[in-house]
Design a protein around this ligand. Sequence first.
Ligand SMILES: CC(C)(COP(=O)(O)OP(=O)(O)OC[C@H]1O[C@@H](n2cnc3c(N)ncnc32)[C@H](O)[C@@H]1OP(=O)(O)O)[C@@H](O)C(=O)NCCC(=O)NCCS
Length: 188
Amino acid sequence: MPVMLPTLKGRKINLRRVHKSDAESIYKHAGDEEISRYTFLPNPYRLDDAYRFIAVTHTALRAKKAFNFGIEYKEEKEIIGMISLEHVNFQHLFAETGYWLGRKYWSQGIAREALQLVLKFGFEQLKLNRIYARVMHPNIASARVLEKTGFKKEGIMRKSIWRGGTWMDLIWYAILKEEYKHIKADWK
Ligand SMILES: CC(C)(COP(=O)(O)OP(=O)(O)OC[C@H]1O[C@@H](n2cnc3c(N)ncnc32)[C@H](O)[C@@H]1OP(=O)(O)O)[C@@H](O)C(=O)NCCC(=O)NCCS
């Protein structure tokens, strides 16, 4: 049976499946070294990378390994970033979230809104028990979004990533289902 990715409706954004027709938008926003600095997105980012990525999201969805949502800015009806639940484990009911957003859209609360939608999907529809995120230090914006959404810092994996001639620490954050249930009433 095909696995369907629902559209998750928010205020400024919707989260939805990405199609080949979104490749140009993804290419336009992802090709930024401010985005690749703390993610594994290639830099330079080519249009072909976007097409390949879109195909990978479809394969991973069929295998129920990852649920990748395009962040569609409602006003412009364009994909301006991505957010995912990946490494999904239906035995132990956990998944990892990861996200990026085109620079023009930063600091407007969009990542927080996207994370809230993904947590609702992960905990309420996929019935997960734990959602975690790994943040390269010092990605202050990402750490702030996670903390504001209710994630708790769990620890540091020291010198985990070799980047630009230096080692970077990875900070682990996670939120549990019971914490999500408790905190979601306070979300604006
Ligand atoms: C991380 C990212 C998605 C955040 O998106 P965003 O929509 O700007 O996030 P929000 O607006 O919801 O919240 C950002 C918060 O961080 C704060 N922030 C941003 N940069 C900051 C900095 N350098 N120092 C301190 N706070 C900072 C903002 O003020 C805001 O907090 P506030 O709501 O209290 O004002 C975006 O910066 C991004 O795409 N970065 C590149 C990719 C990336 O790092 N992805 C995450 C990998 S773990």
